[in-house]
Design a protein around this ligand. Structure first.
Ligand SMILES: CC(C)(COP(=O)(O)OP(=O)(O)OC[C@H]1O[C@@H](n2cnc3c(N)ncnc32)[C@H](O)[C@@H]1OP(=O)(O)O)[C@@H](O)C(=O)NCCC(=O)NCCS
Length: 186
């Protein structure tokens, strides 16, 4: 199913951070022009935060810093992919409009997709409510099933999914590493 069909007008949603209730926004990435040079700097800074880097990028970049080129490639490929519907990326911005987190839907096909996410440790408390908002959004758009792949040691990520009634359904090896599959009918 193409993104145009899923979200014909793009996405702009408000989401409260737990527990303060500050209002953040979820915005679909449809063009690289939405990303300013300050945004690139922020993405690079967040992706180099120790917990996030270790979870998502240490293996890929062999222990070297998350490079600026990776942020530019990410934005370019993701913005293109929005239009063919294969990979949908959303940024979460804080009340000052600075990038705080990201969430994506990949392997979008028929009635299901894989969900993935990261959040700056400076904005902890945003992701449970963001995943919940995206679940509601994609359900309205016609998806029926979402799943996430989580490393067994990533308790913070598993907690998000368990709070939102995802169930651990299977194990899957990805890039040589075991992941738990958390899934939910919407
Ligand atoms: C995993 C990650 C996204 C968590 O982001 P976060 O915003 O801190 O997550 P949460 O929304 O759970 O908020 C943190 C705390 O607020 C509380 N909280 C947040 N929303 C809540 C809600 N609606 N109701 C009750 N408690 C809530 C929880 O107590 C949670 O605590 P816990 O971590 O002990 O479970 C972030 O740490 C990260 O980016 N990690 C590295 C990348 C990664 O692992 N990505 C996932 C790969 S599968």
């Amino acid at each position: 199913m193409a993104s145009r069909q899923l979200f014909p007008k793009g996405v702009y949603l408000e989401v409260p951070r737990f527990p303060s209730g500050e209002i953040y926004t979820i915005e679909s990435l449809e063009s690289p022009q939405q990303i300013s040079s300050a945004d690139y700097k922020k993405i690079i800074k967040i992706c180099n935060e120790p917990l996030l880097y270790k979870s998502l990028f240490e293996k890929k970049f062999r222990g070297k810093s998350y490079p600026p080129k990776a942020a530019h490639d990410f934005i370019r490929v993701a913005a293109n992919s929005w239009h063919d519907g294969t990979w949908l990326v959303f940024f979460i911005r804080d009340p000052q409009k600075e990038i705080a987190a990201a969430i994506d839907l990949k392997a979008v096909e028929d009635d299901q997709a894989e969900i993935g996410y990261w959040a700056s440790e400076k904005h902890s408390g945003i992701m449970t409510n963001t995943v919940n908002a995206i679940c509601n959004l994609v359900k309205k758009a016609g998806l029926e099933y979402l799943y996430a792949l989580v490393r067994p040691e990533n308790k913070k990520s598993a907690n998000i999914l368990l709070r939102l009634h995802f169930i651990k359904t299977a194990k899957r090896r990805v890039d040589g590493k075991i992941h738990h599959v958390f899934a939910r009918n919407l």
